[in-house]
Design a protein around this ligand. Structure first.
Ligand code: ARG
Ligand code: ZN
Ligand code: CA
Length: 254
């Protein structure tokens, strides 16, 4: 299949302190970043090191805030919920009203994004395709969401959401989730075998697992570098995301 798929998004803002009730502008800044990153229209695409340039790919996925809610009524695609919970964790409590969060909208129709305070230094987390629909979607720390408002450096370029939506579309971490070992795989052919995650702003080349001369594709959205240091999906990753959209996520955007 060629062409793009447009995914309807609902953003559930779950706030305890007032600043966590992020602005519409902050939400729109995140949707803009998703539309740039998943169409290879990000302004920093030119920073991909030359040897990896040919592999950088357009994922052919776009995003828009939902215009109708699950009952068919008009919506701006945002829900706002006041909570007594000071900070959530990765236990999915933010995804249901009974535990101080907001219930998911049907995951066969919407990408659910919860934005809240998270504890323990967690920037975000995602559910892979095939899981329970009540917890399907991604959760993002409010200060790692979008590019304005409470978004704070070095995670203020919206890339945490790009990364988590990558997981939601079945992408694994680029180093293969085997600690620092060389045997883990992300099940993508055109991303070099890589030891462990990279952090901060690495310089090219960063070599591990005998992957010279070009080394790790640390500038990939599925590594752990700072927002300003990640700027590409690979063609193989796009194939995997599109397979998810043709398979377990085939009801969305159509
Ligand atoms: N799940 C990862 C974490 O919480 C997200 C990493 C996102 N990286 C980024 N540069 N925004 O650590
Ligand atoms: Zn991740
Ligand atoms: Ca590895």
């Amino acid at each position: 299949r060629t062409g793009c798929i447009e995914i309807p998004v609902v953003v559930h803002v779950v706030h305890n302190r007032p600043e966590q009730n992020i602005s519409q502008a902050q939400i729109e800044s995140q949707i803009r970043v998703l539309n740039e990153d998943f169409r290879k229209r990000n302004a920093d695409i030119g920073s991909v090191p030359v040897p990896f340039g040919p592999v950088a790919a357009d994922a052919r996925i776009t995003f828009r805030l939902a215009a109708s809610d699950p009952s068919g009524a008009p919506t701006d695609g945002v829900t706002r919920t006041q909570t007594e919970v000071a900070a959530f964790s990765d236990d999915d409590a933010v995804k249901s009203a009974v535990s101080g969060g907001a219930d998911a909208w049907p995951s066969n129709e919407y990408l659910n994004i919860w934005v809240c305070q998270l504890g323990g230094g967690l920037l975000g987390y995602a559910q892979f395709p095939g899981g329970p629909s009540a917890t399907d979607g991604v959760v993002i720390l409010h200060s790692a969401f979008g590019t304005t408002g409470t978004a704070a450096a070095p995670f203020n370029r919206g890339r945490t959401t790009t990364h988590e939506v990558g997981h939601w579309l079945n992408l694994r971490h680029i180093w293969g989730d085997d600690g620092d070992g060389c045997s883990g795989s992300d099940f993508v052919d055109d991303t070099p075998n890589q030891g462990g995650p990279n952090f901060g702003t690495p310089s090219f080349p960063t070599i591990s697992c005998s992957n010279g001369p070009n080394g790790d594709m640390f500038m990939n959205y599925m590594d752990y570098v700072d927002d300003a240091a990640m700027m590409m999906f690979s063609a193989g990753q796009v194939t995997r995301m599109q397979a998810a959209l043709d398979g377990p996520r085939s009801t969305i955007g159509r």
